[in-house]
Design a protein. Structure first.
Length: 295
């Protein structure tokens, strides 16, 4: 296993080097930060374990409680939720924050339950070990203290919007771990109530599929970065050429080493944004001609 892990790390470093040589430092700086976060988190796991062993008064109530600390600047945004978490997990978080404050005085932790995983034991009627996302796990743990919960109650206690709650509950209903009270999974509404499936049977260990992401909600970070790259390319070309028609500008963009082919919509959006920001302007007599007007 160690040999395999070492081979994978060497392969990642090799890929990173190729990207660095091809695209430059700007393309790999964030990747370097992500790689550094992972390495440091592994060290912090061991440091936390050693710190706990030195504190006789601190006992972790949950086994295998591990925290991965990621820098906000290096990773995509993880949505925060005001979740109602179990007392055992809350105690673990409090102990880790005490450990963190002794190590990092000026860095604050923001806990993201959208990105973590939980392993639960479901004991009805047979013991099944369930690995799921933290949000799915928090929704299931609510039923430790209630036999039946309504859809609004689950969303409020886990800290989800209705759209998020619908996706989370759907991901729990199709494996039949969670049931609509009237056993109508295809027709449930916001007013429906839910219960655990007391007759659920499965393999000794199962992994639940993560809730589907909402499509079309926002642009991905890759699309945003590409849009900025196209804008920079247009400014560079127009500053050198001073005046170009639309087709000539698109042709010049194709000559730049962008490592992707911008589509017409992305180019049009970039041009309109630069016109609004007064970097370029359209010729009053011929709207297809663009002029560089920035000082």
């Amino acid at each position: 296993m160690k040999d395999l892990r070492g081979s994978l790390l060497r392969c990642c470093r090799g890929c990173k080097l190729l990207v660095y040589c091809s695209c430059g430092e700007n393309y790999t700086a964030q990747l370097e930060g992500m790689y550094s976060d992972i390495i440091q988190s592994k060290d912090q796991v061991q440091d936390f374990k050693t710190w706990i062993e030195s504190k006789e008064s601190h006992m972790i109530p949950l086994e295998d409680f591990k925290v991965t600390v990621l820098s906000f600047a290096n990773w995509p945004y993880f949505q925060q939720t005001a979740a109602q978490i179990p007392s055992e997990l809350s105690q673990c978080i409090g102990i880790y924050e005490e450990f963190w404050k002794q190590r990092q005085v000026y860095k604050k932790l923001n806990w993201s339950f959208m990105a973590g995983t939980l392993t639960l034991q479901y004991n009805q009627p047979e013991c099944v070990e369930i690995t799921c996302t933290s949000i799915q796990g928090l929704a299931l743990l609510l039923f430790n203290n209630a036999d039946v919960l309504s859809f609004p109650e689950i969303c409020a206690k886990v800290g989800l919007s209705q759209a998020q709650g619908r996706r989370v509950l759907s991901s729990l209903m199709w494996p039949a771990i969670l049931l609509e009270k009237n056993d109508s999974p295809d027709k449930w509404k916001e007013s429906s109530k839910f219960r655990l499936n007391s007759a659920f049977k499965g393999a000794a260990r199962i992994t639940l599929q993560a809730p589907e992401e909402e499509e079309g909600k926002c642009k991905t970070k890759v699309e945003i970065d590409r849009g900025i790259t196209v804008e920079a390319g247009v400014v560079k070309i127009m500053k050198a050429k001073k005046e170009l028609c639309y087709d000539e500008l698109v042709e010049e963009l194709g000559k730049l080493a962008l490592n992707f082919v911008p589509d017409g919509k992305m180019v049009d959006e970039s041009i309109e944004k630069l016109i609004a920001d007064e970097y370029i302007a359209r010729d009053p007599e011929n709207p297809k001609v663009l002029k560089y007007v920035a000082s």
